[in-house]
Design a protein around this ligand. Structure first.
Ligand code: SF4
Length: 504
């Protein structure tokens, strides 16, 4: 059951703005300061159900130059100068609801103090701890919230360069009031999604052996040679992985001609065509090959099948880097087949000499349909010695199927260009009707969760496990969350990385 939303607003102007925006919530005027806010929260929390969500809404002062008047700070935690932090785990979800309403939103700690902060020096002192904003009530309210879902939304009025008693604060205050009125409905979205729920984790999920190996090769090169280390294309299809490696000195390029002479170049996990290898060789680049061994196996089959005179049908998605690399192994002999509908139009020199291969990250059931269509048209069709769809893809699809059949909605952590993540979403939609791909917890739409008592969660093979943990934390901030894992397979595959030799 969803509980009633209780919103605490310190000043009368804040109270009136929030009450007008949230007619169905219980909006409480606390009065200014720690003591008044604490007394009001103690009274309300003692007399209401212990799972009803509690929010604080109003104005705050910025502690950092980048946080400007009219922008919003959503507290990731609230602190008192001497006390421990009170976490607000669902902050990224509240922030997303506000961004969707057009606000510039910062997520970070808010510190609650006893008196109005005056000078720049006082703000600078408070900012040392990492806090983004200062108020006089949030921690005092939240200390009474117990295990309830909590949220703090503060519109910035004053800043280090424009203190409270500044001529510009008056007009800024009017704009902030408008912003508060427009922002408050995001708290309704949030409270509508607060409920006791079950989270079903798909096992296995997240990193596979090929991705771990590829990332390890870039890390090894950075450790051995220092920055910069050049990587052709994204090492794996995940924005967080790429940004993290960029911060550490990796430089991602689209092609070999962007790499300076004598530099180290890493080929991504998706593999490259022989033409790209030749270009790197001609440039005398020092190459490290992070192609997944299971992709390399498909390349070897493509060469072998084409070498024996077959026309090779490669089942895959046009434009994907793995597909481009494999097609490049024997461009004259390989034909790309994307769907069963493509099969009728295929024209081959000898129907007795045909074989097929697949992209490693395809949907198992859909690719079987394409193979059936090929076999019906070409009875002499031969296939690979073992499945091209890799163990990681197969296991993650089996796991998400189990989870999706028991869920109201499924979230898949992964980047939009991740083929295996996209296949997980498609499969989950087929099983439960509602599934979404999210880069991380900050992209979750509260509307997806409003009626979801059971949420399934998985991650593509290129998505770091830490991102899944962050999603779990954010969802657990919406109320009591029972986390269970449904394990479809256990994995013990490891691929040894090539040794990164000292630079000659
Ligand atoms: Fe290798 Fe499969 Fe992982 Fe791709 S998804 S890197 S083919 S193990």
């Amino acid at each position: 059951m969803k509980g009633k939303l209780h919103v605490f607003a310190p000043l009368w102007v804040e109270f009136l703005a929030v009450r007008r925006a949230l007619p169905h919530a219980r909006v409480v005027h606390t009065g200014m300061g720690v003591a008044r806010a604490s007394a009001a929260a103690a009274r309300v929390c003692a007399s209401t159900a212990p799972d009803e969500p509690v929010a604080v809404a109003g104005f705050a002062g910025a502690l950092r130059p980048g946080v400007r008047p009219g922008e919003i700070v959503v507290a990731s935690e609230v602190r008192t100068p001497g006390g421990g932090p009170i976490p607000c785990p669902s902050a990224p979800l509240v922030a997303n609801a506000l961004r969707r309403r057009g606000f510039t939103v910062h997520v970070g700690p808010i510190v609650t103090v006893d008196e109005v902060v005056q000078g720049k020096a006082e703000r600078a002192e408070l900012a040392v701890s990492g806090a983004l904003a200062v108020d006089m009530e949030a921690a005092a309210v939240l200390q009474h919230a117990g295990g309830r879902p909590v949220a703090v939304v503060r519109v910035i009025v004053d800043t280090p360069d424009r203190p409270l008693w500044h001529p510009g604060t008056l007009t800024g205050g009017a704009a902030a009031l408008r912003a508060l009125r427009q922002a408050a409905p995001a708290l309704k979205d949030w409270s509508d999604s607060c409920r006791k729920r079950t989270l079903l984790l798909a096992g296995p999920r997240s990193f596979c052996a090929g991705v771990e190996r590829a990332i390890g090769i870039v890390e090894g090169a950075l450790a051995q040679y220092g920055a910069p280390v050049y990587v052709r294309k994204q090492i794996v299809h995940n924005l967080h992985v790429v940004r993290d490696l960029e911060r550490r000195g990796a430089v991602f390029v689209d092609d070999t001609d962007e790499v300076p002479d004598g530099a180290t170049l890493v080929f991504s996990a998706h593999g490259v065509s022989p033409a790209v290898r030749s270009e790197a060789q001609a440039r005398d680049l020092s190459v490290l090959d992070a192609t997944c061994p299971l992709v390399a196996k498909v390349h070897a089959e493509a060469r072998r099948f084409a070498g024996r005179g077959d026309t090779v049908f490669f089942i895959g998605h046009a434009g994907h880097e793995e597909v481009e690399g494999t097609l490049g192994e024997a461009p004259e002999s390989i034909r790309l087949v994307q769907t069963a509908d493509d099969v009728a139009a295929l024209d081959v020199p000898d129907p007795q000499r045909v074989s097929y291969l697949m992209q490693t990250t395809l949907a198992v059931d859909e690719s079987a349909t394409v193979v059936d269509a090929l076999r019906a048209r070409f009875p002499a069709l031969r296939g690979p010695s073992s499945d091209d769809i890799c163990y990681a893809t197969t296991n993650r699809q089996a796991a998400i199927r189990r989870v999706a059949t028991a869920s109201d909605v499924v979230l898949v952590v992964g980047s939009a260009n991740s083929s295996n993540s996209q296949r997980l979403v498609e499969l989950a939609i087929r099983e439960c009707g509602s599934a979404y791909l999210v880069e991380d917890e900050s992209r979750i739409d509260l509307g997806w969760l409003a009626n979801a008592q059971t949420v399934g969660l998985s991650a593509g093979a290129s998505a770091p496990p830490a991102l899944v943990d962050r999603v779990i934390v954010a969802l657990s901030g919406l109320g009591r969350t029972d986390v269970n894992e449904l394990v479809a397979a256990t994995e013990s595959v490891e691929f040894a990385a090539p040794k990164v030799a000292p630079r000659p």
